[in-house]
Structures are given as structure tokens and as C-alpha cells.
Ligand binder design. Structure first.
Ligand code: NAD
Length: 275
């Protein structure tokens, strides 16, 4: 492909896998992350097997930080062809303790028990900022490089919960719904300047963010973890590698008439009514 590809949050589990896969196809990779050590590890892994990569510290919530990162990418690798907006995640303060509210829950005044009424607006803002503003700002900074060039695109990372909200995580569900909606909006807005905009909607992947919600310390599944498997026709969690094929397709020539789509990669979760 020989493109300059910028991935945010690429020190993390899913996007580091995408960065390595895209590097193997001959692309030049800019591994952006808030955690520079994590970004460096990924870039070094790519370089160790003969690929081209740089690690760049960047905060997706700070435009100035992204502009400094873009200058570095432009100087070392060239102008950006493809942006993958991978930074994202949830926060405990935007999460309820239980899926449903019962009358007696209002009598529970334990500090770590949270109903809808205890949700903290700061936690909710954190999640909306990280997922939505953290997709918008990098796109403002890096998509400028793409205007009028051939073969450019933006790939956002939405989630299963954007289609139907998952219990307990209203902030993360709402923020990812905003990412899906923005993907469509931006696809239309950029349609005359040749930039395609699409999104992945990964289902359930066991990562550091959700491991404690889905598994016990001995590795067995929590009730929520089991519920997910029961609702997934293919009967397993996703592996980061499951995202590679769709990413290569959406970033490549094979999808040149595809824009504004959000592709579920979920083992059939979204298609299954449970009956
Ligand atoms: P992860 O936590 O492993 O990676 C996220 C990375 O983003 C981390 O390296 C972190 O340092 C970085 N980051 C956090 N805040 C940042 C900021 N302000 N600026 C720059 N970088 C920042 O998460 P992951 O599981 O690899 O998830 C990647 C994306 O996929 C996220 O958008 C997540 O919401 C989404 N997703 C994950 C799953 C899943 O099951 N893991 C499912 C659906 C969607």
C-alpha cells in the first residue's frame, strides 16, 4: 500500500495489532499514544522485523499536541494518507453498579454502589471527550494533509454498544453512538475532497480495560462475561487479529466506493436477538 498511516491509541491492545499488520503491508506507520513508552514498544517491534515506524507522544484531547505530532510525522514520514482514530475507552465514574434499578437500591448508601442517580458528570464528560472529541481533533489535524490527494481515508473505532447500549455503561455507549453518527456525517462532508470515512464496531475483545468486568482472577467468566458469550453466536471473544482483514479492506483500494459505513466485527452479536 505504501501509505503514511497515523494511528492514535496505538500503544494499546487493538491498535498496536493494526499498526503491525499495516506495517507488514509496506506502509509507514506513526504510532501515536499518550504513553510514549507504549508507543515506542510498538514502533520498535515493527522496526525489528524490517518495517517503518515512528513513535510519537500525542494527546488526542489537545490540538496543539496533535499539531506538534503532525509536524513530526510530516518531517519524518511525509504527509498523512490514512488516520485510524483508536484512542478511546470507558471510565468507572460513568458506569452503574447494576444493569437495572430497583426501589431498594436507593437505600444502599455504600460508596462503591452506583445507581443512575450517582453517576458523576465529570466521569461522563471524560468518556465523551476521550471517544468523541478524541476522534474529532485528530481528524481536524491530520485530514488536512489528505485534502485533494488520492487514496486517503479516516477509520474510526466505534463499538457494539453504539447500535444498542450495553447495560451499566451509558457514557461509553452514548459516546460511541456519537462516533458512529460522526462517521456518517464526516463521510458526507468529505465526499467532495476524496477522503473516505468509515468505522469498525468491534464486539467483545478481552483487554486490560474490561478484563476485570468479564473474568475472575482465576480466568473463569463473570456472569456478564458468560452473558456475552451466550449472546455471541460464534461463541467466543474476539481476538485483536480479527480486526485486521476489515481494516485492510477499509483502508485500501478494494473499498474505494465505500464511505460512511460502520462495520460490526462481533461474531454475530448484533444480529442475534437471543431467541
Ligand atoms: P487500550 O486501552 O488497550 O488502548 C487505548 C490506548 O489509548 C492506550 O494505549 C492509551 O494510552 C491511549 N490513550 C488514552 N487516552 C489517550 C489520549 N488522551 N491521547 C492519546 N492516547 C490515549 O484499548 P483497546 O481495547 O485497544 O481499544 C482501542 C479502541 O477500540 C478504543 O476506542 C476502544 O473504545 C475501542 N473498542 C474496544 C473494544 C474492546 O473490547 N477492547 C471493543 C469495542 C471498541
Amino acid at each position: 500500500m505504501n501509505k503514511v498511516i497515523v494511528l492514535t491509541g496505538a500503544g494499546g491492545v487493538l491498535c498496536s495489532t493494526l499498526a503491525e499488520a499495516l506495517a507488514k503491508k509496506g506502509n509507514k506507520i506513526a504510532v501515536l499514544d499518550l504513553r510514549i513508552e507504549a508507543a515506542e514498544k510498538v514502533a520498535n517491534k515493527i522496526k525489528d522485523v524490517g518495517g517503518t515506524a515512528i513513535a510519537v507522544a500525542a494527546d488526542v484531547l489537545k490540538k496543539e499536541s496533535l499539531e506538534v505530532a503532525r509536524n513530526e510525522v510530516n518531517d519524518i514520514l511525509g504527509s498523512c494518507d490514512i488516520l485510524i482514530n483508536g484512542a478511546g475507552g470507558n471510565h468507572p465514574l460513568g458506569t452503574t453498579s447494576n444493569p437495572f434499578l430497583y426501589k431498594e437500591d436507593l437505600l444502599n448508601d455504600s460508596d462503591d454502589f452506583k445507581t443512575f442517580f450517582d453517576l458523576d458528570s465529570e466521569g461522563i464528560k471524560f468518556v465523551f471527550d476521550l471517544n468523541f472529541i478524541g476522534t474529532l481533533l485528530p481528524t481536524q489535524v491530520f485530514a488536512r494533509d489528505m485534502v485533494g490527494k488520492e487514496g486517503c481515508s479516516v477509520l474510526n473505532i466505534s463499538s457494539m454498544n453504539a447500535f444498542t447500549p450495553l447495560t451499566k455503561i451509558p457514557a461509553y455507549s452514548g459516546a460511541k453512538a456519537a462516533v458512529s453518527n460522526f462517521t456518517q456525517w464526516l463521510a458526507v462532508h468529505f465526499s467532495k475532497v476524496g477522503i473516505r470515512v468509515n468505522a469498525l464496531a468491534p464486539g467483545f475483545f478481552l483487554t486490560d480495560q474490561n478484563r476485570s468486568l468479564l473474568t475472575h482472577e482465576d480466568g473463569s467468566l463473570t456472569q456478564r462475561g458468560q452473558q456475552i458469550i451466550d449472546q455471541t453466536p460464534m461463541g467466543r471473544y474476539g481476538e485483536p487479529e480479527d480486526l485486521i482483514g476489515t481494516t485492510l479492506w477499509l483502508c485500501g483500494e478494494g473499498s474505494k466506493f465505500v464511505t460512511g459505513v460502520v462495520v460490526p466485527i462481533d461474531g454475530g452479536f448484533a444480529a442475534y436477538s437471543g431467541v
